[in-house]
Design a protein around this ligand. Structure first.
Ligand code: PLP
Length: 433
């Protein structure tokens, strides 16, 4: 079939060309009803897999919904917000304010940047190499991919990109965690403290403490804790973008908990609507400097998303799925590390925090992009859907539902090992450059 109506910008369907018809639990089904284990899950959105009964039942209870309610108050929103507050990574819940944005993650990023700029009076932002914050113009301005930036007219010119600790691909001499962190902190401090750095004091620093699209890279604790202190010392608003990392993905409700750090603003989206579009920011009340109407939008209130979102949060709580994410994540990571030992020519690094796992192919092969593609396609031939990310698309990303069982992990792991075996045997690319 040809798809003449499609925009060239479509991406996932380029490497996963199948046509899917329905989905259930951990599986997608194509038009012939072949089942595919979904380890992409809407780029991490479907935390409970497809059509989880708790979400379906919650939706089924809604009669005569307010399909759209702008920011008019509803009982669904109050129930949702109270539940969300209980899990947000802020100690004093009374100090937290929630603002619903347009429905996409990028909308939450736009809101966070605007609020920080208004509060501080400084529009400048520091962001990081490897960051992904979305495709709308403000969000793209703080997104680091040169390709994405070249294709978009990012609107903010006052963004400075800083190195993010990534020892695996750092230059010689900076390849340990300690060295990488020291280097990144020194760079940041120089920019802020040298009155000839050519860089004005920013209003905000935006960071994914665990980068997602950049290649599933967790910043070391010392880096994030130092960043918090630097922001406090300079009056900079610290924004954590946990759009992909939050809600149990990392083995805790939010990864901020694991760093022992509270951000000033956190962005939340992807999974939070239980599969329905929703995005929000939560922030400390001291930042609540907007006047009514300062940040509005049509799609900020939708009863299905609020109801599904509450069912999602309740299910994660009741079934202790943050712990399941940590446990199954450790299991998958350890098995993948064993595969790295067996195939060092193919795998360069396995990185995992909860069910946020990345397998980076050996960066020294002639064509890491081709190698990761081969492994992805070998997985697809075994009916397992997974995506790639990171530098040169060299990272195979595991974004399984957080309610996954060990049986399902084993299906994935068996296929991954088989795929490595095939790619290794085919000897198509693992030639060291
Ligand atoms: C960390 C992070 N921030 C922002 C976004 C943008 O979200 P959306 O695609 O819903 O605009 C994404 C999407 O992948 C993301 O991973």
């Amino acid at each position: 079939m040809t798809f003449t109506w499609e925009s060239n910008a479509r991406s996932y369907s380029k490497s996963i060309p199948n046509i899917f018809k329905r989905a259930d639990g951990y599986y997608l089904y194509d038009e012939q009803d072949n089942a595919y284990l979904d380890f992409l899950c809407g780029a991490g959105t479907l935390l409970l897999g497809h059509n989880h009964p708790a979400i379906k039942n919650a939706i089924a209870t809604i009669t005569d919904p307010l399909m759209n309610h702008l920011d008019l108050r509803t009982s669904a929103e109050s129930d949702f917000s109270k539940t969300l507050l209980s899990v947000l990574p802020f100690k004093d819940k009374d100090d937290v304010r929630i603002h619903f944005c347009g429905p996409a993650g990028g909308d939450a990023v736009e809101a966070a940047l605007k609020l920080a700029a208004l509060k501080t009076g400084r529009a400048g932002v520091f962001a990081f190499h490897g960051s992904y914050h979305g495709m709308s113009q403000g969000a793209l301005s703080v997104t680091s991919s040169n390709k994405a930036r070249a294709a978009g007219l990012n609107s903010k010119s006052d963004v400075t990109f800083l190195p993010f600790p990534y020892p695996y691909r750092f230059p010689e001499g900076l390849n340990t965690e300690e060295e990488a962190v020291d280097f990144c902190l020194a760079h940041l401090k120089l920019l802020l403290e040298d009155d000839h750095s050519g860089t004005a004091l920013p209003g905000a620093i935006i960071i994914e403490p665990v980068q997602g699209e950049g290649g599933t890279i967790a910043a070391p604790k010392r880096f994030i804790q130092s960043l918090r202190k630097i922001c406090d010392d300079h009056g900079i608003v610290l924004i954590f973008d946990e759009i992909q990392a939050g809600l149990g993905r990392c083995g805790t409700w939010f990864c901020a908990e694991q760093y022992g750090v509270e951000p000033d603003i956190i962005t939340v989206s992807k999974g939070i609507g239980g599969g329905f579009p929703m995005a929000l920011i939560a922030f400390h009340k001291d930042l609540n400097c907007w006047n009514p109407g300062d940040h509005i939008g049509t799609f900020r209130g939708q009863q299905y998303a609020m109801t599904a979102g509450k069912a999602l949060l309740d299910t994660i709580k009741e079934e202790n799925l943050t712990e399941n994410s940590a446990t199954q994540g450790k299991y998958i990571t350890s098995q993948l590390e064993a595969m790295q030992d067996a195939y060092p020519d193919l795998i360069g690094e396995v990185r995992g925090i909860g069910l946020y796992i990345g397998v980076e192919v050996n960066k020294d092969v002639a064509d890491p992009t081709a190698l990761s593609h081969q492994i992805q396609q070998a997985m697809l031939s075994k009916n397992i859907v997974m995506e790639r990310g990171g530098r040169q698309s060299s990272v195979l990303r595991v974004l399984a539902p957080i309610n996954i069982t060990q049986d399902i992990c084993d299906i994935f792991l068996g296929s991954f090992e088989e795929s490595l075996k095939e790619v290794h045997k085919a000897n198509l690319s693992p030639k060291v450059a």
